[in-house]
Design a binder for this molecule. Sequence first.
Ligand code: PLP
Length: 473
Amino acid sequence: MSTNVPPDFGLAPSTATTHGTRAWQEADAAHFLHPFTDHQALAAQGVRVITRGEGLYVWDSEGHRLFDAMSGLWCVNVGYGQEALVQAACEQMRTLPYYNAFFQTTTPAAVALAQRLAARTPAQFEHVFFSGSGSEANDTNVRLARRYWDLLGQPQRRVIISRHNAYHGSTMAAASLGGMAAMHAQGGLPIPDIVHIDQPHHWEHRHGVAQGMSRDEFGVLAAGWLEEKILAVGAERVAAFIGEPVQGAGGVVVPPATYWPEIQRICDRHGILLISDEVICGFGRTGQWWGCETFGTRPDLMTFAKGVTSGYVPLGGVMVGERVARVLIERGGELAHGYTYSGHPVACAVGLANLDLIERLQLVERVREDTGPYLAERLAALQDHPLVGEVQSCGLMAAIQLCRDPRTGEAFAAEQGVGMACRRHCFERGLVMRAVGDRMIVAPPLVITRAQIDEMFALIGQVLERTWEQFRS
Ligand SMILES: *Cc1c(COP(=O)(O)O)cnc(C)c1O
């Protein structure tokens, strides 16, 4: 039991004192098990307490301002402090804070968001299944894909093919779909009938199969790994392929333009379902409403979460294409699956207000025509930095690959922890970037302006200099 919590604990976070910070750190270490965290290390170092957000910035309890170039966790697309979302939540809570959708009931907010999503997604999507998160939505995908084939009299089609280093969430099924080795190593994953192929990561393969290949040639090669896997498993056993249009947590791995159209052809050829996990790419991140529009696929199922409410409250779901929806509805009887918070009215009301704002501010068009291209231009100028191996971006998500020798592409030794060191310099300069190994990631809120992109790159420049000073010898 922690006994040193001050009496104003939690009441006045924005005016917290140093005393407050230490008390929060101690209580946090004593009671709060954090996701994806080494607890001993965190307790030793002391957690950073974030108390307030406004626009593109968050503040910690010591009063430090941080430029949030990661949109929280790829979700705060409209930035912090948007009053319209706050109002929508308040009004819905006052009117009806909760009701379920299980027993022949619905709520106006859930209906309105379902209708709105059907209108805002590609033509094949007329139905949505709501969840509370992206992980749950991907669990739903596994259930729906297998149920679909059962109902068509092909119950042996159970295998779902995904990719190494993919991230699809952290529940048992979602972590199994994901291809993170460290996650599979804990808890006996993957669950049966989920298999993986290699990712279309040109940089990773630059000294191997991609040597001497253009990105486009490599894209066709990498898509071919799906067909090899389908044939190895037996096409009659494969239910679906799942992928993020651009792998996010894996390091903003932007696939060659040839990759996804070839994947679509392979799925079509073997009749297997295509699942597009748009938890990061959806709602304008890539410069179109959906990543599948940017990359030219026609998915049967589409996962969303994060950006649907800009992270203000939890919400996720699956857009269910008519190919699957018709079978479930016309032949399925009761679908034995659902969540207490499927269609939560407060989350749906915030989702609607968020979509209104995205449309009113024309954020998707801005990313496509203005801020996305500008970010790419600023990024390209880093290409000559002595630490930078490659830069990649798509809309407002970008990667800066650090390496020891840009001419040869020689990597730093993993033990040097260059990415993590760079991340520490970021925090010191008041910038939040993410490190995936030695690949630095940014995915700023979609409300970012050109001037704020300049501000972000000024900070990135300083951080790269410091990292270079630290590791040049
Ligand atoms: C974050 C993420 C998920 C998981 O969403 P949660 O809301 O954390 O469960 C799934 N897929 C992708 C692509 C993600 O980035």
